[in-house]
Design a protein around this ligand. Sequence first.
Ligand code: FE
Length: 308
Amino acid sequence: MALTGVLRPGHTQLRVLDIEESVKFYTNIFGMVETGRDKAGRVYFKCHDERDHNSLILRKADRAGMDFYGFKVRDGKTLDRLESDLKAYGVNTERLPAGEMLETGERVRFEAPTGHIFELYAEKTEVGDGRGYINPDVLIDDRKGISPIRLDHWQIHGDNIDGSRDLFINVLGFYLVEHIVAEDGKTDLAVWLSCSNKAHDIAFVRDERNDALHHAGFYVETWEQLLRAADLMAKNRVSIDIGPIRHGITRGTTIYAFDPSGNRLETFCGGYDFYPDMKPYTWTADEMGAGIFYHTRALNERFLTVVT
Ligand code: FE
């Protein structure tokens, strides 16, 4: 599939309770690279393998959670088209000026039916991954900590997931890859959507709590690195929710853990390649446990209840 519209999760702004404690965590333990700070006191990070200036922005706040979720689109023309498509669908949009975020162009912001704030943008300064573009090496020097290679996806919760699912499919060009369906055989309890070849770029879960973050997912390249991530979390007394374990849904491997503010992070690896001609997988509500955690076939209470 040629990727021509929405490309990928590009950036996300996370609320943290203590900025310097969080900077230490995201730099030394999670292993991202600090790329800048702005006048508002926000701190910008990227993963080593990402080429754009930033993918994670930390903002100090008195409660944890996510301010907004940003997708990079192919180019300025695509941004204009999607903005008018959103308006035609009945969604209010707002343009934020270039430079409001460091090294980032104009953003088109809108609220999804689940209450989450999304943004689309086309421009972000390319700073490279440190390899250069001629005869690049495989290894990047000075990787610290877990060192995921990219911001991969989000799982977010809200009441009207039908509305958010339809908006993402009908306006933004996402595909339904997997879903969990209620006992009635038709109500979606959760949907996994892709805008790319990944098994998911975002998941929406039905929950009476709107605008809720379940987790932000970051990708590591191998199962061995995932195990190493768990070792690093244990060594550094990071609060692990569950894992390492495998998902039935996406077939990815995973660890869920909490940052110092209580935001859940997923260290994710694997998952199958998706193409738009693939029929969605359906999980029935009684097998939801296996869909989420394939080996134990059961969900823990914390996983079900804690969101930020
Ligand atoms: Fe996930």
